[in-house]
Design a protein around this ligand. Structure first.
Ligand code: ZN
Length: 502
């Protein structure tokens, strides 16, 4: 059996399906480039048949990266496979990922079909995909976690014979126990000759609904799977996917007992994590394994003493392993344009010409307000430049507030290059500001959730606001940042409005 593990990243497909976290093509290219630097083997770039936007993203990602295989998802439908092949035209290495539901629940309720008919459709889809002259074809047996093993083995064997070389066994609902999932992988390995001979490999795809995604993926690997489908920060539908950084660091820490080769350059993990979190507007929980803010913070007195004496006392890994530099303060107002460009490129953002000029200008403004800027500050500036083309912009905001006075806000918005002004009172400064904004933007919208964070320490820090605003039954995620927390809140609200679909 091969001792190499393939990392298949689905941040841009499964991760991007999270409501409100959609990325535009420019942002997807930034993430794809970062994934390439991280050493990901396969990038799942999208589902081309689902929308013209997704199709175009797959085309542009194919042009933007060189070494990773670019993968496009399809249903077991000829027209889907046609558009995937078309979208992948520019990729250097290309893969079609096709498949169908194989659990009785899917067969009966989703397809109103029979096991025999589903088997035939699976084989036909793989044969059709093989004809598209891609480098390889991967097959997914959707809801494999709940599919009976004997039938699953028949499907897997048949699609390998039809030409698939990677077989994805997804625990779509996140229901399997690690032993159960591992046993499923082992059953397939033991009963299908093409798998034990290495002619095809099995892939894991585990969801985190019960918090077992990483455990299930590891169990899959230990029982013979040689590809893992993962996402940066574990982003993905509902409770998310298996986190790439967790699997990579588990394998690194347990090299002695699990001697598998893999391509991930773990010292690029922190940069990739920050970029995805900032572009998708998804804050990382502080205690998240590997990439959470507290993951390397040994705060209790006894621990601190131990860590100072010898970092190996309590740390099983070094912050440097994931690319966290001890001194996070990197730039000041005296840093030049070239230094900013270099720092951005280390963070995975390529900026030139006008874009670099605009980021540098806002960098100088922020450095003026806040003496020392961190990587997070710089990523935030780059992220807000992407937002510079938005339809509605905050032109100015003036707020009077305090104890014993009625908060009042005056707002000026630029809507498609026309200026609108309004003022309102409220029960607090943000309430007053949003009520003023609502006098100009008369849409059905409700603020559903809001979190405020600061990046480092000190009252002069930048405040980051994440917000969820509901419009016509749909949730939109927005982000704003400023040294003025009310301005950051209003910016986040406007960011949500700019994403409204209708
Ligand atoms: Zn999934």
């Amino acid at each position: 059996m091969s001792d190499r593990l393939v990392f298949f990243d689905t941040t841009l497909r499964d991760g991007e399906q999270v409501p409100g976290c959609q990325l535009n093509t420019v942002e997807k290219i930034q993430v794809a480039r970062q994934l390439e630097q991280l050493g990901v083997d396969v990038i799942e770039a999208g589902f081309p048949a689902s929308s013209p936007g997704d199709f175009n993203s797959v085309v542009e990602i194919s042009k933007a990266v060189t070494w990773p295989v670019i993968c496009a998802l399809t249903r077991a439908v000829e027209s889907d496979i046609d558009s995937a092949a078309e979208a992948l035209k520019h990729a250097r290495y290309k893969r079609i990922h096709t498949g169908i539901g194989t659990s009785d629940e899917h067969i009966r309720y989703k397809f109103n079909s029979t096991r025999e008919e589903i088997l035939e459709r699976a084989v036909a889809a793989v044969k059709y995909a093989v004809k598209q002259k891609v480098d390889d074809v991967e097959f997914y047996a959707e809801d494999a976690g709940r599919t009976d093993n004997e039938y699953l083995a028949r499907v897997v064997e048949a699609v390998i014979r039809a030409g698939a070389t990677v077989i994805n066994i997804p625990d779509t609902t996140g229901y399997c126990l690690p032993d159960e999932y591992g046993a499923k992988i082992r059953y397939l390995m033991e009963n299908i000759d093409e798998l034990s001979s290495g002619k095809a490999i099995l892939s894991t795809h585990c969801h985190n609904d019960l918090g077992m995604a990483t455990a299930n993926t590891m169990s899959g690997i230990l029982n013979g799977a040689r590809q893992v489908e993962v996402a940066i920060n574990g982003v993905g539908e509902r409770a998310g996917n298996t986190a790439l950084e967790e699997i990579a660091m588990i394998l690194k820490c347990h090299r002695q007992t699990i001697p598998l080769d893999f391509n991930i350059k773990t010292e690029r993990i922190a940069a990739a994590s920050r970029l995805v979190s900032s572009l998708m507007n998804m804050p990382i929980q502080p205690n998240k394994a590997i990439v959470g803010r507290n993951a390397f913070a040994h705060s209790s007195g006894i621990h601190q003493d131990g860590v100072l004496k010898n970092t190996q006392t309590y740390e099983i890994m070094n912050p440097k392993d994931i690319g966290l530099n001890e001194n996070n303060i990197v730039m000041t107002a005296r840093s030049g344009r070239a230094a900013l460009k270099y720092r951005l490129s280390l963070l995975g953002v390529e900026a030139d010409g006008d874009v670099l000029d605009r980021i540098y200008e806002s960098f100088l403004k922020l450095a003026d307000k806040k003496k020392q800027l961190t990587d997070d500050d710089i990523l935030m500036l780059a992220g807000s430049d992407i937002a510079a083309t938005k339809h509605i912009k905050l032109d100015s905001l003036q707020v009077t507030t305090g104890k014993g006075v009625t908060p009042i806000a005056a707002i000026r918005l630029n809507v498609a290059n026309e200026i609108f002004e309004a003022a309102s009172t409220g029960n607090g400064p943000l309430d007053a500001s949003i009520k003023a904004l609502k006098q100009i933007i008369r849409r059905d919208m409700i603020l559903r959730e809001m979190t405020i964070q600061t990046l480092s320490k000190g009252s002069d820090d930048v405040g980051k606001v994440h917000m969820q605003v509901e419009n016509e039954g749909q949730l939109y995620y927005g982000f704003g940042s400023d040294t003025d927390i009310i301005t950051a809140g209003v910016e986040a609200y406007i960011d949500c409005i700019n994403k409204f679909k209708n």
